[in-house]
Design a protein around this ligand. Structure first.
Ligand code: BES
Ligand code: ZN
Ligand code: ZN
Length: 467
């Protein structure tokens, strides 16, 4: 390999100082523990700058990814390419992918709408001069780079303000991704949604006459696939709450209420780039949740694609309404082995689990176990919540088939899932992931909350192992 003058030496906590790939005097490593993000710099007599970087506990995907991202992000201006990364021991393909993702995502900037464009384009995402030693698998590294490019794309979508990403714009972005990477898309405009009877999606969209709702259908097929997976993602490009208006504080963050849509579109893109041997069918309902003169009012009863009538107790529980039509559409028109939806669905999910994990609700134990283990492996964790019928009565309506919100302010993430359950026709392998706490959050890369890219690693790992 080509050894550059700047050498990065990543070490896990259990590193052995006698088997390092480059010579470093003991005194430099005396106090080095390998804790994540810890660094020591040594200038060798050969004029090499050797930076030792702690990676934390052995083989923790999320820590490796965030450590590399943090290191390269904060040293962007100091490292202008030409760097060698020497792992002191063989690392797994997963960890190689994590390192690649962290390095690539260091280039991601949330300031893309600033008028000062003088910032040089970061080299990390391109064909940079990076040399890796034989302890890191080049193919796995390349796979990580591809996944990261998709993650960067969907993070940009999530971070984009609502006035730059109306439902029509987001639909177009998904269509372009499909054209570029090889999956089919079909966009149902308002007229088509009306013809199909997607009454719940249309009802939410009535609050935005100028930016009407759309339903995007995505298809990815592989000739050797044996399984078909249905994916649905909540695509609310801005959630004001509707007539049940949200408080003003932090309402700006509701531009991220399409994190589920981004995760699903990103999974299609990454699957196509990696040529995964699976068939995917997706439905992404896109809408704003705003207040126009025609907006749904609390107490209104609306229809749905499935035909069930819904009493809208609170217009801020809009996500389940649009997901109901997307789920019912997939179930009615496509047979799937698995059906998974991702949605920034409830504040209650954050109350329960904080920012560490998505809530997972499913009747299928094998699916739950498989998603849990992919979550642990990729750091995009899920935690199971019950979907028992004990909660069913809470969304019973006196005047319609079902209501969109429980009267009691408890178990909100569960009752939301119970609502969705009414629209999946007892699909034997349906899982709902409430990603409200994990799609968007605080980070060291800005003072405001920003997109995490959650979902792509989780789903790709699960698809690779279960289809
Ligand atoms: N988009 C929100 C859920 C949300 C909250 C996502 C915070 C991310 C961060 C959803 O549409 C919503 O408003 N849910 C309400 C339901 C309410 C009417 C009980 C909620 O959970 O607060
Ligand atoms: Zn809402
Ligand atoms: Zn919402």
């Amino acid at each position: 390999m080509n050894l550059f003058n700047i050498i990065l030496l990543p070490l896990f906590e259990d590193f052995k100082s006698e088997s390092l790939p480059v010579q470093i005097p003991d005194t430099y490593l005396e106090n080095f523990t390998g804790k994540a993000k810890e660094t020591v710099t040594y200038f060798s007599p050969e004029n090499q700058k050797i930076i030792v970087l702690g990676l934390g506990k052995k083989d923790d995907f999320k820590t490796v990814k965030s450590t590399f991202r943090s290191f390269f992000y904060h040293n962007k201006s100091k490292i202008k390419g030409d760097i060698s990364i020497l792992f002191s021991e063989k690392i797994s393909p997963e960890i190689a992918s994590a390192a690649a993702q962290g390095i690539a995502l260091a280039a991601y900037e949330i300031g893309h709408l600033k008028s000062d464009k003088s910032k040089p384009e970061s080299w990390f995402l391109g064909d940079y001069n990076l040399s890796l030693n034989e302890n890191i698998d080049a193919e796995a590294y390349d796979k990580g780079k591809k996944i990261a490019a998709t993650q960067a794309q969907i993070m940009k979508w999530v971070d984009t303000p609502a006035n730059f990403k109306t439902p029509a714009v987001l639909a177009e972005w998904i269509l372009e991704s499909g054209q570029k990477y090889g999956f089919e898309t079909e966009i149902f405009d308002t007229e088509k949604c009306e013809a199909l009877g997607m009454k719940a999606l249309l009802a939410v969209g009535r609050g935005s006459v100028e930016n009407p709702p759309q339903m995007v259908i995505l298809k990815y097929n592989h000739p050797e696939a044996t399984k078909t997976v249905g994916l649905v993602g909540k695509g609310v490009t801005f959630d004001t709450g509707g007539v049940s208006l949200k408080p003003g504080d932090n309402m700006n963050y509701m531009k991220s209420d399409m994190g589920g849509a981004a995760a699903v579109a990103g999974t299609f893109e990454a699957s196509a780039r990696l040529k995964l041997k699976v068939n995917l069918i997706g439905a992404i309902p896109l809408t704003e949740n705003c207040i126009d003169s025609l907006a749904v009012k609390p107490g209104d009863v609306i229809g749905s694609y499935l035909g069930k009538t819904i009493e809208v107790i609170n217009t801020d529980a809009e996500g389940r309404l649009i997901l109901a039509d997307a789920l019912a559409y997939l179930v009615k028109n496509h047979s799937t082995d698995y059906l998974i939806d991702l949605a920034t669905l409830t504040g209650n999910c954050i109350q329960a689990l904080g920012y560490a994990a998505a809530a997972m609700l499913t009747h299928n134990d094998a699916l739950a176990d498989a998603l849990s283990s992919s979550g642990i492996k990729t750091g995009e964790k899920v935690w199971r919540m019950p979907l028992w019928d004990d909660y069913k009565d809470m969304i019973k309506s006196d005047i319609a088939d079902i209501k969109n919100l429980s009267t009691a302010p408890i178990a909100g993430a569960i009752t939301a899932a119970k609502f969705l359950e009414e629209f999946v026709d007892n699909h034997p392998a349906w899982a709902h992931l409430d990603i409200a706490g994990v799609a968007f959050g605080d980070s060291e890369f800005g003072s405001m909350k920003s997109a995490t890219g959650y979902g792509v690693n989780l789903l790709i790992d699960w698809l690779e192992n279960n289809s």
